[in-house]
Design a protein around this ligand. Structure first.
Ligand SMILES: Nc1nc2c(c(=O)[nH]1)N[C@H]1C(S)=C(S)[C@@H](COP(=O)(O)O)O[C@H]1N2
Ligand SMILES: [Mo]
Length: 396
């Protein structure tokens, strides 16, 4: 009885009926045998979209955010950003060197590192350039291409602090220079800030070793900071008293302000969110019940609230967030929504534990101008047309 009522309330009766009829036609022959390493169903198609460049080794690929559930990104769909391709590293030959302003320089093998006390934590990773096209309102057609340089995994590794204490950081040291073992030996200067208490030397991702794309066998993970500092294929940490002003922290990943000065080392990513359903490129088949859903995150701790607007930002209603929520991790939000078939402009807005509220694009542009392609966290509006087609709201 209760069940019937619920079915009536969701108006799914016709759908369930036809589904049961289809089930009866299933073949009863044996299925495929066991497999040593799993693969997804051939019916499941979402893949990473790749930004086409002349040198594919120096490109990026984006997570299909609208096609992932919950907060964990499958490792095979984690976004990729490589400046010189993915090196093929034999973990038995890999070394991590910690030197510079330390009492006891260290050379560690992967076996040494894996013997140390470790932790597993869920954290998002986002490129500082994610959704950078929104500054110019050069909107990509879908959420994957505009927001897909962000993913979330369970990472396992050794707290960075543990190894810095082991090496004995000398008084006056203020920076780490982290270096990768890829062809460009990517380097970033990392401030010895309190946030490094959360930092890991990560070797695990979603229950298995890091994928080569994510830095196998070892990467620096500085949760909440822009992706670029989270150096993959980590082979060296030089402890110094000043930053090295490397390519990726001066000409790249810095924000040129309207007065001609650049914001540099703006590492913590601020509260951000995006509706993934409905989102650009999708079509609602008709009026009726839907679940609006999406992802929110902040580099500054916990997301404490996500609100939704269905009238272009005039009014906001609170969405439900999945629990548990983790600091510096994706948060999944949801809200049942009955679409009446009229055009709607919708968006999400995240608030973090510091009280910071995700700004509008206009507020960001007023504060920082439009020279930068980095660190965009403005509210993202989608329009649902009367035909159900979901598109970008230009310039909004
Ligand atoms: N050694 C090295 N580390 C690197 C990069 C790189 O090209 N080489 N790319 C950086 C950038 S710009 C980002 S956004 C993240 C991407 O991490 P992912 O490919 O695991 O998503 O790694 C960072 N670490
Ligand atoms: Mo990046």
């Amino acid at each position: 009885m209760k069940r019937t009522n619920r079915r009536d309330a969701l108006r799914l009766g016709a759908v369930l009926g036809s589904g049961l009829a289809a089930r009866g036609e299933e073949p009863r022959s044996l299925g495929t045998p066991l497999s040593a390493y799993g693969e997804r169903s051939p019916f499941v198609k979402p893949v990473r979209t790749m930004r086409q460049t002349k040198t594919p080794e120096a490109g990026s690929s984006a997570t299909p955010l609208a096609d992932t559930y919950g907060i964990i990104t499958p490792s095979s769909l984690h976004y990729e950003r490589h400046h010189a391709g993915v090196p093929n590293i034999d973990p038995a030959r890999h070394r991590l060197v910690i030197h510079g302003m330390v009492e006891r320089p260290l050379i560690l093998t992967m076996d040494d590192i894996r013997r140390l006390p470790s932790v597993s934590r869920i954290h998002f990773l986002e490129c500082g350039g994610n959704s950078g096209g929104e500054w110019q309102a050069k909107n990509q057609p879908d959420v994957q291409r505009s927001y897909g340089l962000a993913s979330c995994s369970e990472w396992t590794g050794v707290p960075l602090r543990l190894l810095l204490e082991e090496a004995g950081v000398k008084a006056g040291a203020k920076w780490l220079i982290a270096e990768g073992a890829d062809a460009c030996k990517m380097q970033r200067s990392v401030p010895l800030a309190p946030e490094l208490d959360y930092a890991l030397l990560a070797y695990g991702q979603n229950g298995e070793p890091l994928r080569p794309s994510q830095g196998f066998p070892l990467r620096l993970l500085t949760p909440g900071w822009e992706g670029n500092v989270q150096v993959k294929w980590l082979q060296r940490l030089l402890v110094t008293d000043q930053p090295h002003m490397t390519r990726d922290e001066t000409s790249k990943y810095s924000d040129l302000m309207p007065d001609g000065k650049a914001r540099i080392f703006s590492l913590p990513l601020e509260a951000k969110s995006v509706v993934t359903f409905p989102s650009g490129g999708q079509t609602l088949p008709g009026p009726g019940l839907y679940e609006v859903t999406g992802l929110a995150w902040t580099g500054k701790g916990l997301v404490t609230r996500v609100e939704l607007t269905f009238d272009g930002g005039a009014s906001w209603v609170e969405a439900r967030m999945d629990e548990p929520r983790f600091p510096r991790a994706f948060v999944r939000f949801r809200m049942p929504w009955r679409w009446d078939g009229k055009p709607v402009v919708m968006a999400s807005r995240a608030t973090d534990e510091t009280g910071y509220v995700q700004p509008t694009r206009e507020q960001l542009v007023a504060a920082r101008g439009m020279n930068s392609g980095y660190h965009f966290n403005g509210i993202k509006l989608w329009r649902v047309g009367a035909d159900g087609v979901v598109t970008n709201v230009e310039g909004a």
